[in-house]
Design a protein around this ligand. Structure first.
Ligand code: PMP
Length: 401
């Protein structure tokens, strides 16, 4: 068979951050000492009380299929969490549990997009948004939001991007990869445009909500515009806040008819997320929240170390993130410079490769996130590695001609 694959497979790329991380693993296997700033997940272990809840569930024989929407206990725990942490009022039937936030996004788009429907994706974006849209025959409408507007979508840019075919706006606050966090005034301005366009729904990805750096604070669009609740799907989960990426638990909170549509798809695809992970997630969302605060405090310190370390790196400038655990580093000052071996740096891809080969520092090229020339550096790594990584970047950049 010459072409065994469906056309849709050609519409998407493998995740670039996953690939960058795989490259690091490969180099380490060859004995190279690499500082890995590509990681898109917490380096902490899942808090003990959460792991114990899964063990208890296993011992109690909690090893069967659950309802496709998730267990009633977990959906209630999510409703309670939304009330406690976000001041939002949701009932259990407005909540669906998925095997991660990513499958919730996938199923939400699959449930709602007809071919040619447009989805507004502000760039820099999390790598999966455009591909998840394309996979579901939608058209990603990328709107560049550069550093002059803090990498955030303005009301004006939103108004210009909306067409009759717009089905969704994807809003990610705090943002991966920039760490941008929308303020109440910014959300308010976007809400005004959305009110003029009742056909546009909002997917509000709040997966980094627990990691925000004072004076910034996390707000959902619905906190400032409760009237938009009927057309907003909140996407969130346990992966980042509770260091549970491998457990695969995410949730969607939105209008009950949309939730029912997503549940219908889940019932025919994954059936339900792991019963044991769901039991663990109940402990995460309703148990002791101190570990979340402790991890947030560690990221605060790491962010400080990172910004301090990057200050002495010539040719780069960092945008201080208000949230998440990434620095989206402007490497424009390095473009056009020449490496000691005579290579000219022409793009952020070249910069990433030069850092990796010359000093063993790995980051992800801004190209992957839709805005160049930048490099995303994650500070979800140990403090000593952050300091050593910044020292090496200084060395690499000083060596350029
Ligand atoms: N949204 C954003 C912005 C992310 O960075 C990620 C994870 N990298 C996700 C959603 C999905 O995470 P998960 O599927 O583990 O819940």
């Amino acid at each position: 068979m010459s072409q065994p694959f469906a056309d849709r497979l050609a519409r998407i790329q493998p995740s670039p951050s996953v690939e960058a991380n795989a490259r690091v693993t490969e180099l380490r296997a060859q004995g190279r000492d690499i500082i890995n700033f590509t990681i898109g997940e917490p380096d902490f272990d899942t808090p003990a009380h959460i792991a114990e809840a899964a063990i208890a569930a296993l011992k109690a024989g909690d090893t069967h299929y659950t309802p496709s929407a998730g267990t009633p206990t977990l959906r209630q725990a999510v409703a309670d969490k939304l009330a406690r942490d976000n001041g939002l009022d949701y009932t259990r039937d407005e909540i669906v549990i998925g095997a991660g936030g990513k499958p919730i996004l996938y199923h939400a788009l699959a449930a709602t997009l007809n071919p040619g429907d447009e989805v507004i994706v502000p760039a820099p974006y999390w790598v999966s948004y455009p591909d998840l849209v394309a996979l579901n025959e939608g058209v990603p409408r990328i709107v560049i939001c550069d550093a002059t507007c803090g990498f955030k979508l303005t009301a004006k840019a939103l108004a210009c991007a909306i067409t009759r075919k717009t089905r969704w706006l994807v809003l990610n606050t705090p943002s991966n990869p920039t760490g941008a966090v929308y303020t109440a005034a910014e959300l308010d301005a976007l809400a005004a445009v959305l009110r003029e366009n009742p056909h546009v729904g909002v997917i509000s990805d709040e997966i980094y909500e627990h990691f925000v750096y004072a004076p910034a604070c996390h707000l959902s669009l619905i906190n400032v515009a409760p009237d938009l609740k009927a057309r907003t799907l909140i996407v969130n989960g346990a992966s980042k806040g509770y260091a549970m990426t491998g457990w695969r638990i995410g949730f969607g909170a939105g209008p009950s008819d949309l939730v029912r549509g997503i549940v219908k798809l889940i019932s025919q695809t994954t059936t339900c997320p792991s019963s044991l992970s769901q039991a663990a997630a109940v402990a995460a969302f309703s148990g002791d929240q101190a570990p979340v605060r402790e991890m947030a405090a560690r990221y605060t310190e790491r962010r400080r170390l990172m910004l301090e370390g990057l200050q002495s790196v010539i040719g780069v400038s960092s945008f201080a993130p208000d949230g998440a655990f990434y620095v989206y580093l402007d490497v424009g000052g390095l473009i056009g410079r020449e490496t000691p071996t005579g290579q000219r740096l022409r793009s952020d891809d070249d910069v990433v490769l030069y850092w990796l080969e010359s000093v063993g520092v790995a980051g992800v090229s801004g190209k992957a996130y839709g805005l160049s020339p930048y490099v995303r550096l994650s500070f979800a790594i140990g403090e000593a590695a952050i300091q050593e990584g910044c020292r090496r970047l200084g060395e690499a950049c000083r060596a350029l001609r």
